[in-house]
Write a protein that binds this ligand. Sequence first.
Ligand SMILES: [Zn+2]
Length: 468
Amino acid sequence: MPPRFEGLRRLPVLKNESFRGAFRRWLTSQTVPRLVVLGVASYLVLALTAYAIFGGNACAVMLDGKTVAVAADEKSARQALSEVLKQKYSQAGGPVTVAGKIAYKGIKAQPEELLDQEGLRSRFNESLTFNTKCTAIVVNGETKVFVKQMEEAEALLAWLQTLYPVEAGEQPAIKEKVELVKANAAVGSILDLETAKKTVLLGTNKIQQYVIKDGDTLWDVARAVNIDVDQIALSNPGIDLDNISIGQQLNLSKEAPLLTVVATRQVTVDEEIPYEVEVKKDDQLLAGEKQVLTEGESGERTVTYLITRENGFETERQVLYQTVIREARAEVVVTGSVTMLASRGGSVRLNWPCSGGITSPFGTRWGRMHEGIDIGAGYGYDVVAAAGGTVISAGWEGGYGKAVQISHGGGLVTHYAHLSSIEVSNGQTVERGELIGLVGSTGNSEGPHLHFEILVGGEPRNPVNYLP
Ligand SMILES: [Zn+2]
């Protein structure tokens, strides 16, 4: 006989007993089917209550098990993600995939936690990584740059080798080991060809540019951004940095280029062998006077060099073989001070602070660092500002004797020592070529001369490289 449900019997009336006893008496009075129904009903009540407390009214979008966003329902979450995928597809120019595993899970959320379509899209954009197929440029085993197409990577390498002016007989090649590898990378990390070129050239994607203003020297720019002049040259191939003009744009990067274009060539030239100058001191001669005992004569030779250039700069000049046609003959002079002349070079143009030859060069002499040059000039000769600036020190400076320091801005300071008199005062503005003092021999000095220093950021530099 099938069980029949005949309703629950009434709760018994309490007859002078505990509620527990009455309940047990009532329970045992029920039939089995009735108890089953009672159990199911109780379960439903509990389940509904649990759902109301713990159940979902929203959809969590999970990336590898972590909630990324909460949407009203799975459909709207999927719709927003597919919008973003479409947009990434057109950005990447091809199919994209989400890095990691996406899952949807029903949860209960407060209304203010739910993101609308726009909110979902921007959340996906910022929290998910979208990968696409691309080409990696791998330099010495390290992935450096992603471009979309293999052809773009090939074009970049070809472009790089045409970037630096090629001399006759040079065959440019890339120094580093470069591999072009098919890869899968985040859409945002894939560079367009122009950006990729700059990245390879400047060593970075974050390119700072500088527009030359009226009155700028290359040195000013270099100081302002704390990059040395050689590095600026490296970042601006093909630009003649000795002739920068107002409005010109320079790339500024502290990074080395990612790739090095090496070109070598052999050159055979007839060249002079410079003669050396032997200086003999003679106390009979006044400072600045000299007497040539033997005229110097240049020699001549035919030399074959192997010249190596990297990114347009000569890095090595190796003598492969040479034939001496005529040996040089040294010049012998007798002097009270004297005679090496300054050479050209450097980027800052200063003028000579006084006339005269260099009697002692910059650098180490007799085991001591000579932080400037000595210019052999007679007592009382004019000393002028090497460039316009502000006098930051004028007075006695120990071993320097009477001395003047002029700041030219940006950390460039010129220093004039052993003066017999000072014609400027501290804080005064001076023009290029303006008289600042007279040559003397004050302080630690053996005879009248001008000791001249150039300091860049407090570091002494060879003035010869800054003088015409
Ligand atoms: Zn000196």
